[in-house]
Design a protein around this ligand. Structure first.
Ligand code: SF4
Length: 343
């Protein structure tokens, strides 16, 4: 147990790394996939924190590591909500059970995430029953009805099966299931990616209003910066297992500093024909995390790469204060590029 000041982040990682060993090659040389490598991230309490990057950048692995669902190879990860203070790398036993109540996942695919054999009531009630959080069936039903209403589900629907619902309704069922244990931290992994654009806005609005109502902290994982723009307070951009830029959302969109962030931003469709002409196309594929480039991981695709870029990896430093500011500021703008000031 601990009490903390309000500036203590809910999640605080240092050098967090998840590496998966691969089988040795013909010559017996062992290789590893560096799914995430050296992640320093602070997620403020009550924030809606966006994590973006292409497929293969390590976003999902980072989310899973914070939910204690991926094995940490190196580094630290601390969870502190003011009531409990957990080391997520070594947590086990009763603390881990308690953490499972406080940290939940909303899946990407609302079609695959819901068991077709359970009614909506049973799907939402499952975490309460698995974790023994209620004393009776009546209490469980009361909690299920309450959370269903908050997630704008019709109570008549609790008796039906998932196949009867649209994608948006199914995602609201998934959200209700994630919230029923009264968590503090939610990892939403591509939670609107499978939905039609018109439904996405509806689900995003619901997530935002629930986050205020329940004082939740969200890690919102998405490959789509345009979704993050209207939802998140802060954004971290990942590339090949590393963070390359973090900033408050408005700051990131107004003044992106890393070439990768700029390329992602310029890929957002614009109604302005002049903007379309200025788009920076991202060439090539993201390299394999089992054989990452030397130096800056982005140098094989960066239009501004110079000799130093392939030799020396740029650290993630503050883009506002030339990297010398020692103040622990959760909202500062950081960038990992040797030459951001010249671009
Ligand atoms: Fe591009 Fe070099 Fe900056 Fe990497 S360090 S983003 S390669 S300019």
């Amino acid at each position: 147990m601990s009490t903390t000041d309000t500036n203590t982040p809910l999640i605080n990682t240092r050098d967090l790394s998840v590496h998966y060993p691969l089988r040795g090659n013909l010559f017996g040389k062992k290789r590893v996939v560096r799914a995430i490598d050296g992640i320093d991230i602070q997620i403020p309490k009550g924030s809606f924190f966006g994590l973006v990057g292409e497929s293969g950048s390590g976003k999902t692995t980072l989310g899973r590591a914070l939910l204690k669902a991926a094995p940490v190879t190196r580094g630290t990860a601390q969870y502190n909500d003011g009531e409990v203070d957990y080391n997520l790398v070594s947590i086990d036993g009763d603390d881990l059970k308690e953490y499972r109540k406080r940290a939940q996942l909303i899946f990407q695919d609302p079609y695959a995430a819901l068991s077709p054999r359970l009614t909506v009531r049973d799907i939402i009630a499952e975490p309460l029953e698995v974790m023994n959080l209620t004393g009776s069936r009546d209490e469980t039903d009361e909690r299920v009805r309450e959370i269903a209403k908050r997630c704008r589900l019709n109570l008549e629907h609790l008796r039906r099966y998932p196949h009867a619902f649209s994608g948006g309704q199914r995602q609201r069922i998934s959200i209700a299931r994630a919230l029923v244990s009264n968590p503090r931290f939610i990892v939403a992994d591509e939670s609107v990616a499978a939905l039609d654009v018109s439904i996405q806005a509806d689900v995003l609005n619901l997530l935002r209003s629930l986050s205020s109502e329940f004082e939740l902290t969200f890690l919102f994982i998405s490959h789509d910066l345009s979704v993050v723009a209207h939802t998140c307070d802060q954004v971290a951009v990942m590339y090949l297992g590393r963070l390359v830029e973090t900033a408050p959302t408005r700051e990131l969109f107004a003044s992106p500093k890393h070439p990768y962030t700029r390329a992602l931003l310029s890929a957002i469709p614009s109604l302005d024909p002049d903007d379309r002409g200025r788009a920076q196309k991202l060439e090539g594929e993201i390299p394999s995390p089992s054989n990452p480039p030397s130096g800056c991981k982005f140098h094989t695709r960066c239009p501004h790469a110079q000799k130093r870029c392939s030799e020396e990896e740029p650290p993630l430093v503050s883009g506002i204060d030339n990297g010398v500011n020692q103040v622990h500021d959760l909202t500062e703008h950081k960038v990992a590029c040797h030459f951001w000031r010249d671009l």
